[in-house]
Each structure stands twice: as C-alpha cells, then as structure tokens.
Design a protein around this ligand. Structure first.
Ligand code: FMN
Ligand code: SF4
Ligand code: SF4
Length: 244
C-alpha cells in the first residue's frame, strides 16, 4: 500500500506511478477513513513533498500513527531542488528500508518565481525515468538511500524547519482579488478545510499546512499571498500529465 500527501499533485502523481509499476494501490492520507488494515501488506510506501527541508505535519503524524511492520517500507519525498535530512527525520519515527528524493517542479510560489515551462517539462520527464528505477528497486526489495540532501542539511532541516513550522504557516497574507467568481474550489480542496466562502469569497481560518494548493489551483488566479505573488506564475501538475 502506498500513502501520499500532496498539495499540487507532484507527490500524488509519483505515488500513482510507483503503484502502477509495482502493482500496488496509492491512497491519499487526507481522504483516509479509517486507515486500512496493513497486516498483510508486502510493502508500505510514503510519498510527500518536502516542506522547508522537512516532512509536512500531516505525513509526520500519519507515519507516527503506523504500527511496526514486517513489510518492505520505503519513502519518496518530492522536492524542487533538495531535501536536506527530510528522509532521516521521517525514518526516525517510521523506519524506512529505502529512501528517495525526487526532483519535481517547484510549487513554492510565495517564496520565489516558479520554474519556467521548459524546466517543468524536463523535471517531469526526468522524474518519470527515475520512478522506473525506483519501482524496480522496490520490487527487488533493495535497500537504497538516494536523497539529494544539499548543503548545510543539518541547519536547514533543524533550525530553519523549526522556524517554518513555528512562524511561516500563517494564513494572514492570503486574500482573493475581484477575479474570484466564488466557484468554491479552493474551499472544497483545502486539506485542512480551513477555507470557507463568505459572501461568495474565500476566507481563511488558522490551520494551514502551507501546501499552496489554494493559490496554485485557483482557476481564476484570484488568490494572492501578500504582494509578492502578483507577478508570479502558478503551478499544478495536472495540465502536464493529463495528455500523457
Ligand atoms: C511550504 C513549502 C516548502 C517547500 N520547501 C522546499 C524545500 O525545502 N526544498 C525543496 O527542494 N523544495 C521545497 N518546496 C517545493 C516542493 O517540495 C515541491 O514543489 C514538491 O514537489 C511539491 O509537491 P506536491 O505537488 O505533491 O505538493 C517547498 C514547497 C512548499 C509549498
Ligand atoms: S478557487 Fe478561486 S475563483 Fe474559486 S472561490 Fe476560490 S478564489 Fe474564488
Ligand atoms: S489554506 Fe491553502 S495552503 Fe493552507 S492548507 Fe488550505 S489549501 Fe493548503
């Protein structure tokens, strides 16, 4: 069984690719009710995005809730560039036999401009080939640690990640412009269900994973985060993989 968390689709797609290549199933941890019985599972995989060189809160909590297992356990984090000690941190709460990072298009639009079209396509093609190798290694039950940790991984996955979770997950800077047509998609798809519609416009509550699905997936590009996102692009994987 493969479990995933995903904001803009990269990790969902990666989990679905591995599931198809290994004859398994991929399930979204946000939609699980209840967690299936895992006693007879031959393999258990966790797939998720890197957030500030660490594991997103919902995936960490999910991994902590899983019991001991004799299954072959593996984890794949998707990232724009580098993962730091993300997989070591996950393995500390849920021991993994294999750990991978997979470079995919960056979705952190509130931090910087996103990848251009050519880079997005190149990253998805490269990831697609890498997933074939990962799936083969999983089927062979080969223990692998292939993670692009980058530089200063201890500092980034330590203090910087702590700072992100403590101070950078506020919803205060989100707002919708007049381009919003009140379709409600952002509210329906928010994994923390923190968005509600009031007078046909989204309003943000407090609990936020910073998955950035709302801002990236709004069909009207009506969501902004402060001033910095006004001139930047948006990214979700859907238009790139639908035609494949
Ligand atoms: C809050 C946040 C923090 C991020 N931090 C990192 C990071 O530390 N390193 C990195 O390479 N990419 C980082 N990214 C980029 C994502 O990890 C990357 O785009 C990922 O593939 C998105 O996966 P998803 O589409 O499944 O949500 C970050 C993205 C977000 C939203
Ligand atoms: S997805 Fe965009 S257009 Fe639809 S309600 Fe949300 S902000 Fe408005
Ligand atoms: S408010 Fe937006 S960024 Fe925060 S969890 Fe919901 S969809 Fe993700």
């Amino acid at each position: 069984m493969i479990f995933y968390f995903s904001g803009t689709g990269n990790s969902r797609w990666a989990a679905e690719q591995i599931a198809a290549l290994t004859g398994d199933k991929a399930l979204d941890i946000i939609a699980l009710d209840p967690v299936p019985d895992l006693h007879n599972e031959a393999q258990i995989g966790l797939v998720f995005p890197v957030y500030a060189w660490g594991v997103p809160e919902p995936m960490l909590a999910f991994a902590q809730s899983l019991g001991k297992t004799d299954a072959f356990t593996f984890g794949v984090c998707t990232c724009g560039e580098e993962a730091g000690y993300t997989m070591k941190k996950l393995s500390a709460v849920y021991p993994l036999r294999s750990s991978y990072s997979l470079v995919m298009p960056n979705n952190y639009v509130i931090g910087s401009e996103l990848d251009d079209e050519m880079t997005v396509r190149h990253k998805i093609d490269t990831a697609s080939a890498e997933l074939q190798t990962i799936a083969q290694e999983i089927l062979q039950r080969k223990p692998v640690y292939r993670v692009s940790e980058g530089t200063h991984a201890g500092l980034k996955s330590g203090m910087v990640n702590f700072g992100f979770n403590r101070f950078a997950r506020s919803t205060k800077s989100f707002y919708a412009t007049d381009a919003c047509n009140g379709c409600g998609l952002c509210a329906r798809h928010c994994p923390t269900q923190t968005i509600t519609l009031a007078d046909g416009k989204p309003r943000w509550g407090k609990q936020c994973y910073q998955c950035l699905r709302c801002i990236n997936a709004c069909p009207q590009r009506a969501i902004q985060y402060g001033k910095q996102t006004e001139t930047r692009g948006r990214y979700t994987i859907d238009p790139y993989v639908k035609s494949r």
